[in-house]
Design a protein around this ligand. Structure first.
Ligand code: LCS
Length: 393
């Protein structure tokens, strides 16, 4: 059955247009690097793109394609390109769309390596960049230059949970002939669909919510148009950063429960955020579901829920935060996010450690900031855990 006019949960289970010839209910793992041609003529046709036949897994594979089609459908895009990691997804976007002398505008607070890749590597090839607080739309307007080609935003941002107004970004991008790229990792298509808000490209670290079980590394890029899809797919194949069939199967399996996982972890996150906000040892809490978040209204408008990531600071700064992290027993002290298990980490010394101290401060990544990725455990147990750890502070 076509899932074109169905709801999101139905798309999660039945979307992606995959139909197995033998009737397998699940997408089989086509664990093959290469595919036999029926004849030399058929092989040549495949290479000309005149036949839908598979050639070689770096170029395409039925299991990988099933996942790409599912996510593209969920994001409302033309097509998806699976990649070996979220960083590979970021890289193919940069590599395909930025040339010598081009300029990119991006958010100060984004995943550290997405910024480092531009500032440390693409700068060597003459790419210019401006990192600003994109949650103030006027900053973006001021940063546009004649050579600006990409506006690259992450919203909610990692780890500050600042929100960027995607509709306003799309307007600026359109006016100035710039492509709008959104890293939608923190929301997943369940909570936010940037293409519907005007973005040209959406990307994900599928390592996080989309897979949701902390057992694979993977990424995906979804484009609005066919021409961008072709450009990015050919970049992925020459860079050789394809997803693998077995990993794709794992993600397809995790994807089915995306909505119920997020509902549950977001419900827990709300309870924990309210608990932390009232706790006398907590200095501040940033969570888009709290009225105290300065962009609460905007988050409500462009997301259908606040997500499951909370940032907060313990009174006493870094030392107090370390005491908390060293004393939790249920929450796991580990980087990454978006899984069924609750993870706690310290961005300034971990995920964002390569960002210079000055840029960290400018971007709001203070030494005291602790990031919590809330899982689907019982909220009472999570509160008990934080409570006993905070007593040690
Ligand atoms: N984009 C965002 C927003 C991310 O949070 C990450 C990874 C990436 C891209 C890169 O994806 P990967 O290559 O790891 O699949 N974020 C991580 C984090 O916050 N902790 O550990 C990894």
């Amino acid at each position: 059955m076509s899932t074109e006019n169905t709801g999101f949960n139905t798309k999660l289970i039945h979307g992606g247009k995959f139909k197995d010839k033998l009737g397998s209910v699940n997408v089989p793992i086509y664990q093959s690097s290469t595919f036999e041609f029926e004849s030399a003529e058929e092989g040549a046709k495949c290479f000309l793109g005149e036949s839908g036949g598979y050639i070689y897994t770096r170029l395409g594979n039925p299991t990988i394609n099933a996942l790409e089609n599912s996510i593209a459908e969920l994001e409302g895009g033309f097509g998806g390109i699976g990649t070996s990691s979220g960083m590979a997804a970021v890289n193919i976007v940069y590599m395909a769309l930025l040339s010598k002398g081009d300029h990119i505008i991006s958010s100060q607070a984004i995943y550290g390596p997405s910024r480092g890749l531009i500032e440390d590597q693409y700068s060597r090839f003459g790419v210019e960049s401006t990192y600003i607080n994109t949650s103030d739309i006027n900053n973006i307007k001021r940063a546009v230059k004649p050579n600006t080609k990409l506006l690259y935003v992450e919203t909610p941002a990692n780890p500050t949970l600042e929100i960027t107004d995607l509709k306003a970004c799309a307007e600026i991008a359109k006016e100035n002939n710039i492509l709008l790229v959104v890293d939608n990792t923190f929301s997943s298509p369940y909570l936010q669909r940037p293409i519907e808000l005007g973005a040209d490209i959406v990307l994900h670290s599928m390592t996080k919510f989309i897979n949701g079980h902390a057992d694979i590394i993977g990424g995906i890029v979804v484009t609005k148009t066919e021409s961008l899809y072709k450009k990015l797919r050919s970049m992925m194949t020459v860079l050789g950063c394809n997803l693998d069939p077995h990993q794709s199967y794992m993600v397809l399996r995790g994807l089915k429960t995306l909505a119920i996982r997020i509902e549950r972890s977001q419900q827990n996150a709300m309870i924990l955020a309210e608990y932390l906000e009232k706790h006398p040892k907590i200095e501040w809490v940033k969570y888009p579901g709290l009225k105290s978040h300065h962009q609460y209204k905007l988050a409500k408008e462009q997301m259908s829920g606040p997500g499951a990531i909370i940032s907060f600071s313990v009174k006493g700064g870094l030392d107090a935060g370390k005491t908390l992290m060293n004393n939790v027993k249920l929450a796991i002290l580990a980087v990454s996010l978006g899984g069924v298990e609750t993870l706690i980490e310290h961005p300034a010394s971990m995920t964002h450690s390569k960002v210079s101290s000055q840029d960290k401060l400018k971007g709001g990544i203070t030494d005291g900031l602790v990031r919590l990725s809330v899982g689907i455990e019982d909220s009472n147990d999570l509160i008990k855990d934080l409570d006993q750890a905070l007593q040690k502070v």
